[in-house]
Design a binder for this molecule. Structure first.
Ligand code: FES
Length: 126
């Protein structure tokens, strides 16, 4: 896929984010900040049988952080806790279909960091 199609996908996800909102019956939640800009994302996750049953997020941030939250939350549904623990920067590049570069990578991984922390918190509390 050419680069501009990936860029278009990011703009679409920024303008029309998927999974935006709060899960009232979430099993775990976590708010993560980007220390550099102060932007934040809070994720709400419902877990069943060690798998992500549902996920939503709220927050504010740049186009990359919001678009990647939309795309990553789509991707994460149905995945196991073990799979999530293994996801990293390369996973985010694959989901976005591009490498946003070292500076924007902190924006792109904001939601994944929140998801990983929420899952870790869930494991500690169980
Ligand atoms: Fe704040 Fe991207 S500039 S998350």
């Amino acid at each position: 896929m050419p680069y501009d199609i990936y860029a278009e996908k990011i703009i679409l996800n920024y303008e029309h984010p998927h999974n935006k909102g709060v899960l009232k019956d979430a099993d775990t939640r976590f708010k993560e900040y980007n220390q550099v800009c102060g932007d934040e994302i809070e994720v709400y996750i419902k877990i069943n049988n060690k798998k992500i049953k549902d996920i939503k997020f709220i927050g504010r941030g740049c186009a990359i952080s919001m678009a990647s939250a939309s795309m990553i939350t789509d991707f994460i549904k149905g995945k196991s806790i073990k799979e999530i623990e293994e996801y990293n920067v390369d996973t985010v590049k694959n989901i976005l279909g591009m490498d946003p570069g070292p500076v924007r990578m902190k924006c792109a991984t904001l939601s994944l960091r929140a998801i990983k922390e929420a899952v870790e918190k869930y494991k500690l509390e169980k």
